[in-house]
Ligand binder design. Structure first.
Ligand SMILES: Cc1cc2nc3c(=O)[nH]c(=O)nc-3n(C[C@H](O)[C@H](O)[C@H](O)COP(=O)(O)O)c2cc1C
Length: 208
């Protein structure tokens, strides 16, 4: 088990460091955590990573990368089956959780309170402790059950933030497209990226 920062040390670091849980599931979009984690890492946040088995598989299928590539940006990486990890308890304080990408399977488990692995348990804890839970749910098209589940999650206090890119900053690379969603999630968790591209209105001469 990785060494945890003692409470006294954490207290000293409190002002400077947010403690963020990042869940990665098997929905398409392994590039999202690959863009999100380095940005979170640069912010100085203490990152706790939970990668589902399908998340690991999808990561490899979509990018050729291994779990270790994601883990290298986390301070702590917890096995998805380790239900005795600190993140399974509300007494372990965190500043929120991001699931990127979030599968329909994990979304549905969270909505129903099915907490059979550490990832869904940590999400449930985040909700019950009234902390911020951001879900980058990826599926298309959506049937009525998906839409109703998202409504339920929003009613329960989760932030439903599907990775739908904005085109107003005229992205020219996949990374820029992905970052348009990742940067909004960083805003929502309270760690805005200073380099994020933002809409500041049309450039001079571009007004219609
Ligand atoms: C290449 C690939 C892409 C997938 N894309 C999606 C997706 O976009 N959304 C989704 O909900 N599930 C998707 N799945 C299915 C999930 O991986 C599957 O439902 C899995 O059980 C999710 O488990 P987890 O939530 O524990 O990670 C995909 C699977 C594969 C192999």
């Amino acid at each position: 088990m990785p060494r945890l920062v003692p409470d006294s040390e954490r207290q000293r670091a409190w002002e400077a460091k947010l403690r963020i849980v990042v869940g990665v599931t098997g929905a398409s979009g392994a590039i999202y955590p690959l863009r999100l984690l380095p940005k979170l890492h640069r912010s100085g946040a203490e990152i706790h990573l939970i990668l589902s088995r399908s998340g690991e598989k999808t990561l490899f299928l979509e990018t050729g990368k291994k779990a270790a590539d994601l883990k290298s940006f986390a301070n702590y990486s917890w096995p998805v089956d380790d239900i005795s990890a600190p993140l399974a308890s509300g007494s372990f304080s965190t500043d929120g959780m991001i699931i990127a990408p979030c599968s329909v399977h994990t979304m549905s488990s969270i909505a129903c309170g099915i907490t059979s692995n550490l990832l869904t348990r940590a999400a449930d804890v985040t909700l019950k402790e009234r902390r911020r839970l951001i879900l980058m749910i990826r599926e298309s098209p959506l049937h009525l059950g998906h839409l109703r589940t998202m409504t339920l999650l929003a009613e329960m206090g989760a932030i439903v933030a599907p990775p739908v890119p904005g085109f107003y900053n005229q992205p020219t690379t996949i990374e820029e497209l992905v970052d348009s969603s990742v940067d909004r999630v960083l805003d929502l968790i309270g760690l805005p990226d200073a380099q994020a591209r933002r809409w500041n209105g049309p450039k001079r001469g571009e007004e219609s």
